[in-house]
Design a protein around this ligand. Structure first.
Ligand SMILES: [Fe+2]
Ligand SMILES: [Fe+2]
Length: 188
């Protein structure tokens, strides 16, 4: 399986998605550690400066996951993957549902961060909401990543030709560059 094209720029599409999963799994586990600490401290829990930094980092990581990774899957990978398997569209529909739930949870998470920043709610309410929404995010994502990894490994590695893989890898890299440019335009 070729990882790059002749100029060495297009990595294998499955490798790209799996690497992004691995990075995101680490981020989820960091968030989970934070949530467990808040839960243990109970009513006495308060958000320190480093906790706030963690909330911001998590928000950025999820935002990137939603704005780049999910779009690469939805626009490029899923449509091709679904064609490989009989009734693939229906079979993998649950993966799309997970994406939609994650988008909803992320909006809630952004509201919690913003309420906290603007002192709109008492600390214990922020803590409770963080634990609730944070756990929904972590569980959704860890399960989802596991399911995708399994599907990707089983179906995709053997199902696509070398040419298809190269094309997808190239398209994904181009889409990623475009999306990152849209969301973080370089200012001159
Ligand atoms: Fe996904
Ligand atoms: Fe994924």
């Amino acid at each position: 399986m070729s990882e790059t094209n002749n100029s060495g720029t297009y990595t294998n599409p499955i490798r790209q998605l799996l690497d992004e999963h691995a990075a995101f799994r680490i981020s989820c586990n960091d968030l989970l550690g934070f949530l467990e600490r808040l839960e243990k401290e109970g009513y006495l829990a308060s958000i320190t400066t480093s906790d706030y930094a963690m909330m911001l980092k998590t928000r950025e990581n999820i935002r990137e996951h939603l704005n780049v990774h999910l779009i690469k899957e939805e626009e490029i990978f899923f449509p091709r993957l679904e064609k490989l398997v009989p009734q693939g569209r229906i079979k993998f529909l649950y993966l799309n549902y997970d994406h939609e739930y994650l988008r909803i949870y992320f909006e809630d998470f952004c509201t919690i961060v913003s309420d906290y920043e603007n002192d709109r709610v008492p600390m214990h309410v922020t803590v409770r909401k963080l634990i609730e929404t944070g756990k929904l995010i972590v569980h959704n994502l860890l399960q989802h990543i596991l399911a995708e990894d399994t599907v990707y490994f089983e179906v995709a590695e053997s199902g696509f030709s070398e040419t298809e893989l190269n094309e997808m890898g190239k398209e994904m890299k181009q889409l990623e560059a475009r999306l990152k440019e849209e969301h973080h335009p370089i200012s001159y």
